[in-house]
Write a protein that binds this ligand. Sequence first.
Ligand code: NDP
Length: 515
Amino acid sequence: MDSVSSSALGRAFAPSALTHGECARGGAPAPCSLVIFGASGDLTARKLFPALFRLLRGGLLDPRSTVVGVARSGMDDDMFRRRMKQALQDADIFEEDLWGQCAQNLHYHQLHYDSPKEYAALAKRLGQWEAERGDGGNRLFYLATPPAVYGTIAEHLGRSGLARETEEAYARLVVEKPFGHDLPSARALDATLHEAFAEHQIFRIDHYLAKETVQNILLFRFGNAVFEPIWNRRYIASITCASSEKIGVEHRAGYYEHAGVLRDMFQNHMMQILSLVAIEPPALFEADRVRDEKVKVYRALRPFAPERLREHLVLGQYARGVVDGREVPAYREERGVSGSSITPTFAMLTAYVDNWRWQGVPFHIMSGKRLQEKLTRIVITFRDVPHSMFRDVAQGDMAPNRLVVDVAPDNAISLQFQAKVPGAQLCFRPVTMRYDFSAEASGTGLDAYEKVVLDCMLGDQMLFWRQDGVEACWGYLTPILDLCEACGDAEEHLHPYPAGSWGPQASLKTVRTLF
Ligand code: NDP
């Protein structure tokens, strides 16, 4: 068959899905005012503003939209524009023509977070820009400040009337992680936000969920008939979800000293990943149906008996070591960290989901800083074959099948299975079938923050935390944190590990399942 007729045949039998190009693009949501609180900070410069610029470049941010940076620092529009220009240059995405278009709708508003007068001035300026645009006045308020001021800002947005929605226009609040530092503080923050905003207006971010492969997990599981029948305790022996970083605490010691790895990574990203692997099929791919199923997973997590916690949890802290050939200091030697800090920078937790599907299957969840590689990976290890007919004739061990989902830096799904080594003898070897999403997505995929902002503008809450999910996760983790932090033997249970290694000795057996 020649290539012309084969591609024609391919088209004739092609599924009715959109083409790649059509699917990647979508359309730009209606124009809006994007108001970023904490706009003088790191997140705005490094992630948020570059994401907005890329959305504009890709036709996914209406060019009439206004971006307003808000913070306490004294700046005027021009100074803020210079700063954002620099941010784009640093991210290597600056384009002169597009910048001209972008800069005219970019403003700065100095505001002290507890000053009603300054919110009234902000409301007035927003009203003017919106009148010039001639639309209903959609507003997106993005809290990129330290969490301590989330409540104050929401309260004042409510009092100044900025949180009010109309028939024509939305008012949405985007809240960065962390959402509380334990169950009581998460509930208190939620109560404050709800005084001004209804649940459908609140978007609690977990940018991990916006990663392409994480979303692909749902499609992989529920869009294919072959995997779901074996996705249970009968065929799966264990699951490992890991997210490792090479970097240390960097400039975020002030935050990290109070958070540690359990609050920084487990309460949000790792729990989200676990839920996608473990959920039951929702009836519809619709935000609340998916979030209902996730909450059921969190509620089914087995609480730990205090005396057995140490069997299921390994905590570590990085000591001096070598990363990429460079000597790096211990966590306790980092700027802003106490010399006697007992903050864990590594954790490996074995969790159990107590339901029919997952009874007895260990979920090993691991995350840490200053590890050997930057990697986010999920490994599903299947059970051994029930009976090996090759046991007397074959040489070599028969490894169990593994499904490996690479979330970052690679974006791929691989299935490992047994194959015969070619030749006269019967010998096994594991071989891999791999699908690499990144090759296909290059140039069309959205980065995590682009996806987050786009979904907020579209009003799609699928990838955002709902309050019951936040509470269920904190409900599971808070007793663990209390046990780790309250008892006097915290230091004794904190395993040091050399920077550049794969973490404490006690977790290496699980780490090996990753490779
Ligand atoms: P920054 O520490 O850079 O703070 C942002 C801005 O908030 C500062 O520029 C400052 O602006 C203002 N601010 C700082 N301290 C206070 C304070 N005590 N009270 C009131 N305002 C203050 O934060 P980031 O930009 O790094 O992060 C913002 C939020 O996003 C945080 O909640 C963080 O946890 C979250 N986040 C950040 C990530 C990152 O990569 N940076 C990643 C994921 C989440 P001014 O003084 O001008 O008011």
